[in-house]
Design a protein around this ligand. Structure first.
Ligand code: NI
Length: 188
């Protein structure tokens, strides 16, 4: 089932999400629905707060980047209760977007490597290190469960330039070709 993605301005996106246990109701179904929702929106990552649930769960599938980066082939994963242990390497800039902030893209600088401890869909504990684009997707999605959006990293000047556009998004005044929910949309 395709779930509506909540937009910028929705409270749940600014909340720090909670860990879940392996008896979380209908978890398998939720994860399936999140993949379906992400693919429909042509995303490479989706975090539970983006579908309105404040829980520490995100999914990634980097395959759309396979053409430019063969390493991304098969990078399809579920991260449950993740904790970033360490970020290292060099800072590098990547043009990020977010399914909750349609039509906005900005260059964001982050460290190139990330070590993350998480549970997979069977609740096995896993400790892994990623770099490059994989690390970047993980860092962006991880931020979502910490209540952080990439726009939070922009300079005051950039934020001012974007203010109107972001306000429009909260009201649903944006063109988007997937299912969304906007906090200040009138009617319906
Ligand atoms: Ni995002």
């Amino acid at each position: 089932m395709i779930l509506p993605i909540v937009s910028y301005g929705t409270k749940v996106l600014k909340q720090k999400a909670q860990d879940i246990s392996n008896d979380y109701p209908n978890l398998e179904r939720l994860i399936e629905d999140m993949f379906e929702t992400m693919y429909e929106a042509n995303g490479v990552g989706l975090a539970a707060p983006q579908i309105g649930r404040s829980i520490r769960l995100f999914i990634v599938d980097g395959s759309p980047f396979t053409d430019e980066n063969p390493e991304m082939n098969g990078f399809r994963k579920v991260f449950i209760n993740p904790k970033i242990i360490e970020e290292s390497g060099e800072e590098w800039s990547f043009n990020e977007g977010c399914l909750s902030i349609p039509s906005v893209r900005e260059d964001i600088s982050r460290l190139s490597k990330v070590r993350i401890c998480y549970q997979d869909q069977d609740f096995n504990i896993i400790d892994e290190e990623y770099d490059g684009t994989k690390a970047r997707i993980i860092q962006h999605e991880y931020d979502h469960i910490e209540g952080v959006l990439f726009t939070d990293y922009l300079s005051t000047f950039k934020k001012r330039l974007l203010k109107r556009k972001l306000n429009d998004i909260t009201k649903g005044n944006v063109k988007v070709d997937y299912r969304m929910k906007f906090p200040l949309k009138k009617g319906r």
